[in-house]
Design a protein around this ligand. Structure first.
Ligand code: SF4
Length: 385
């Protein structure tokens, strides 16, 4: 089992190595996707390999000369990787405007470093039936562009097969998540993150095979003994959380039993329907997506004085379902959508009497000692609840 976990970790440590190998040994086109929520299945159905671009752990040396230093790490680190040639293996780019920072980044990228295929698309911020016609046209525009670029007709059958493959992946990830809810600590939060993130970096068929083997072994593994405080971790809507911080939290008397990271629960909570019209299925997936800080909920703004945050309520429900005692919010510095929502989130957590701690990181965990003291104090609070 350790061998499989090591492979998932390695894929995250050398995030683009496997994709570059695929390109070198086959004619597969590699399309880089910027987080978050890109419909990878459509790229897969065109016979190409979607690879999520997370940037890298290296110090940002070139990116800061081109991007504002108050842009989020995801954007700055990714731009740094681009300038250092780490994305040279890509045949194209596809991304959704999830926030202004991504949009700005893409505009600079397209002007300064054009690639053969550069597809940007809108995803409505206000998710309701009034935006469905527009979103359909955006999805159809993506399908046509990919068909033209790859020379492959994207049929309904191919799309449904790709959706089934990705649903299989999400189903296994949910099983894994349920295992840690039932047996806290059976899989560490950092391994969970590596497992989900690596699925976005290598061919999904390979990842499903490995994940299936891991699940079979975990189902036979004895549950860890010893009592830890059950907690939920949320944050990092686009990037991987710092695994050193996750390990430190779990080494200090707490077990993360569920999360809402992009490289976690947010990625696998829902399936895309594999029956009927695939474009309808994607529209349904996005319009009825789990609440997100990058969506616009009119009620949040038109009722002053009222704590209203569908995202906070989603997290509170996760706390209840997971029988957790508290929430760790891992915030990526300069993520505007998350910062703005956090004001409403903490109001709702306080109204519900749920203890929380907010830890802010930026391109690496920084000195862990200061965080450790706060984490230990938080665990003590939970112990006496
Ligand atoms: S982390 Fe936040 S600011 Fe950065 S790209 Fe994602 S949503 Fe935008």
């Amino acid at each position: 089992m350790e061998d499989i976990l090591t492979r998932f970790r390695d894929y995250c440590e050398k995030p683009y190595e496997r994709a570059a190998q695929v390109k070198a040994t086959s004619k597969t086109k590699i399309i880089g996707c910027l987080p978050m929520y890109f419909p990878e299945e459509i790229i897969h159905a065109a016979g190409a390999l979607p690879v999520t671009l997370f940037g890298s752990d290296e110090p940002i040396t070139l990116g800061d000369g081109h991007m504002m230093t108050n842009a989020c790490d995801q954007v700055r680190s990714s731009f740094d990787s681009l300038l250092k040639g780490k994305y040279d293996f890509l045949d194209g780019i596809a991304a959704i405007y999830v926030c202004d920072q991504v949009r700005f980044y893409l505009e600079v990228w397209q002007l300064d470093h054009p690639v053969d295929f550069f597809h940007q698309m809108w995803r409505p911020y206000k998710m309701d039936s009034s935006t469905q016609v527009f979103f359909r046209s955006e999805l159809e525009r993506l399908i046509s562009a990919l068909e033209e670029f790859t020379g492959t007709k994207i049929t309904t059958e191919a799309l449904q097969a790709s959706i089934r493959l990705y649903n299989e992946s999400r189903t296994m990830m949910r099983k894994l998540n349920n295992l840690r809810k039932d047996h806290p600590g059976i899989i560490s939060a950092s391994d969970m993150t590596h497992i989900v993130a690596s699925s976005m970096l290598i061919p999904r068929e390979e990842h499903n095979e490995l994940l299936g083997q891991l699940l079979a072994m975990l189902e036979l593994k004895e549950a860890p003994t010893g009592k830890k405080q059950r907690i939920i971790a949320v944050g990092h809507p686009c990037s991987m959380p710092e695994t050193e911080v996750l390990d430190m939290i779990e080494a200090n008397g707490m077990a993360i039993v569920d999360d809402d990271f992009f490289t976690g629960g947010r990625y696998f909570s829902k399936d895309v329907s594999a029956s009927g019209d695939p474009v309808d299925a994607f529209i349904d997936f996005y319009v009825n997506a789990i609440p997100c800080t990058t969506y616009h909920y009119a009620d949040t703004w038109i009722k002053p004085g009222k704590s209203y945050s569908p995202y906070a309520d989603y997290v509170i429900d996760m706390v209840k379902q997971g029988q957790a005692k508290g929430i760790v919010v891992l915030k990526e510095m300069y993520c505007d959508p998350y910062d703005m929502e956090f004001v409403m989130m903490k109001n709702r957590f306080e109204e519900e009497g749920i203890p929380y701690i907010s830890i802010i990181t930026e391109h690496g965990p920084g000195p862990l000692e200061a965080i450790r003291t706060r984490v230990q104090a938080f665990e003590e609070t939970l112990r006496f609840m």
